[in-house]
Design a protein around this ligand. Structure first.
Ligand SMILES: *[C@@H]1O[C@H](CO)[C@@H](O)[C@H](O)[C@H]1NC(C)=O
Ligand SMILES: *[C@@H]1O[C@H](CO)[C@@H](O)[C@H](O)[C@H]1NC(C)=O
Ligand SMILES: *[C@@H]1O[C@H](CO)[C@@H](O)[C@H](O)[C@H]1NC(C)=O
Ligand SMILES: *[C@@H]1O[C@H](CO)[C@@H](O)[C@H](O)[C@H]1NC(C)=O
Ligand SMILES: *[C@@H]1O[C@H](CO)[C@@H](O)[C@H](O)[C@H]1NC(C)=O
Length: 508
């Protein structure tokens, strides 16, 4: 069926069914879509931009996982107007994007690149003129290469000063129009992936030293509170989150699930909430875990205005006490658990399973454990292959089911403020380059115009946002067409799951 026919049928069916509606959400609840600088901008060597560690990583072969780079990507640098038009037409309230530090300040420190400044001003102004809020991330994996070369980037305390200076430029130049800032994307994966497992830039394998550095660079009151006062903006942090659920109801598995959450999320959220790492981390990591001094603890505590979560999958957790007998331990081993992905219906799939109760469970747990901090779902979405059909039923189902679960979560009193789809366009993905895609819009990379082609999910999201109801058809068709393939493909495409799998296989 063609899109046009489909939309016609849907319009005809409009009055029927238990439809999900924008009216089920509070008026100020935001709906948006996400992307990040390196993944969409292109123009990598244009107008004074210098490389980031992600440029270097990509040009060195993406850790041999896939080929390609984002030198051109979606070319949003030149097509930002067209993209913002598209967002406006869809009815997005907000666009979450990141600033390329090495476009704005090519050497990481020192002079500002006027062309970079001009680009972000134009993008932000275009968004504002269309009534779309700008939600900006400062570092989305792409530290300037110059700082990596000079002092190994995040490994050195010297990053603190340069990060503060960069943030200062952003707050000063854009803070009159940008009210929502996120310092670092996926701080937890950034540390695990970049410095323990080494599958993302800067691709180091020095497991134990990064934990305090993240805080050393983001916790300073000189970098946050003063700007808050000046601009009345909000500054948050972003984590890749998973729901953790005990595999069985034994007390061992119940405490293993709590332990997994403490390691993945409490690692950051305990300091932000209580000023300390979780007790279980102190116990299992021992002297390898740096401690906060009293004054650092006070700085870090209550230093975020909101939490951004990227949410895709959840795990059942089984206790694995044997792993603590291992002598050379890293982060995964210190946790003392086995993780098994939660799959839909007990079946297997190469796409992310769509399991809305896990999002509900995660958000309830965040509220109960860390206080009811404001939360933005910064990323949620479905993975498909790059060239798969424009009729992306599994993505529609994903958006429909997760968005549909939020009204109940809100009724439960969780402080969720917004939902962003990852991603607005098919982008150069961190874990799969141009092989997998999450976009609402497809781009044929062989088409020199890089035309944005709306997938069915874009049509669905747009209809939802514009109050055009299309659920009866979607529900029927999604159930018929949602494809399911084998577990091995899913795992082999996801390094985090690979790692989990590996540990599970190796565990005693
Ligand atoms: C973080 O900062 C504190 C104090 O400013 C310092 O004592 C500590 O060594 C730093 N951590 C690392 C790993 O450099
Ligand atoms: C941080 O704020 C406290 C008071 O709130 C102040 O005593 C301290 O000097 C500040 N630190 C820095 C580095 O500005
Ligand atoms: C654990 O107990 C809860 C509440 O009694 C129940 O709903 C759940 O199904 C049980 N889970 C397992 C895995 O047995
Ligand atoms: C499994 O999925 C099918 C179709 O998506 C649904 O009808 C059924 O209720 C599900 N079963 C369970 C146990 O969730
Ligand atoms: C997508 O299709 C194009 C040809 O249209 C091809 O060059 C490219 O390799 C394909 N990508 C994937 C991931 O299959």
């Amino acid at each position: 069926m063609s899109l046009k026919v489909f939309v016609l049928i849907v319009l005809v069916l409009l009055p029927f069914g238990d439809a999900l509606s924008r009216d089920d959400f509070p008026p100020h609840f935001l709906f948006g879509a996400s992307a990040s600088a390196y993944q969409v901008e292109g123009a990598a060597k244009e107008d004074g931009r210098k490389p980031s560690i992600w440029d270097t990583f990509a040009h060195a072969g993406n850790a041999n996982r896939y080929t390609g780079n984002a030198d051109i990507a979606c070319d949003q640098y030149h097509k930002y107007k067209e993209d913002v038009q598209l967002m406006a037409k869809m009815g997005l309230d907000a666009y979450r994007f990141s600033i390329s530090w090495s476009r704005l300040i090519p050497d990481g420190k020192g002079s500002i690149n006027p062309k970079g400044l001009q680009y972000y001003n134009k993008l932000i102004n275009e968004l504002i003129s269309q009534g779309i809020q700008a939600h900006v991330t400062l570092v989305h994996w792409d530290l300037p290469q110059a700082l990596e070369d000079e002092y190994e980037g995040w490994m050195s305390r010297r990053i603190v000063k340069d990060f503060i200076a960069y943030a200062d430029v952003c707050f000063r130049e854009f803070g009159d129009r940008v009210k929502y800032w996120t310092t670092v994307n996926e701080g937890n994966v950034f540390a695990i992936g970049g410095y323990d497992a080494g599958f993302v830039p800067p691709q180091r394998c020095s497991p134990f030293s990064t934990q305090s550095l993240i805080y050393n660079c983001s916790g300073g009151n000189s970098s946050t509170e003063p700007y808050l006062d000046r601009q009345h903006g909000f500054i948050g942090f972003n984590l890749l989150t998973y729901g953790f659920f005990p595999l069985t109801n034994t007390s061992e598995d119940i405490s293993a699930a709590k332990r997994a959450q403490d390691f993945y999320l409490g690692w950051f959220l305990n300091p932000f909430t209580f000023g300390e790492y979780p007790d279980i981390m102190k116990k299992n990591v021992g002297s390898r875990l740096p401690l906060f001094s009293k004054s650092e603890s006070n700085l870090v505590k209550d230093s975020i205005d909101f939490l951004g979560i990227n949410y895709y999958v959840s795990f059942y957790v089984k206790d694995n006490p044997g792993s603590l007998q291992i002598k050379d331990r890293d982060y995964m081993v210190d946790m003392g658990v086995e993780l098994q992905p939660v799959f839909e219906n007990g079946t297997t799939t190469d796409q992310f399973p769509i399991v809305p109760w896990t999002l509900h469970g995660l958000l309830d747990s965040l509220r109960n454990t860390y206080g009811n901090m404001p939360i933005y779902i910064h990323e949620n979405g479905q993975q498909t292959h790059w060239n798969s059909s424009l009729e992306d039923w599994s993505r529609v189902k994903c958006l429909h089911d997760y968005i549909g679960s939020i009204p109940n979560i809100l009724r439960n009193g969780v402080n969720v403020r917004g939902y962003f789809v990852w991603s607005f366009l098919d982008v150069f993905e961190l874990l799969a380059g141009y092989e997998s895609s999450f976009g609402l819009h497809y781009i044929d990379l062989n088409d020199p115009t890089l035309r944005r082609q709306p997938k069915l999910s874009a049509v669905w999201y747009s209809n939802f946002l514009n109050g055009r109801i299309m659920d009866p058809m979607i529900t029927m068709e999604v159930q018929k067409k949602n494809p399911s393939v084998v577990l091995s493909t899913f795992v082999s495409n996801n390094p985090i799951l690979q790692k989990v799998q590996l540990k599970a296989n190796n565990s005693c």
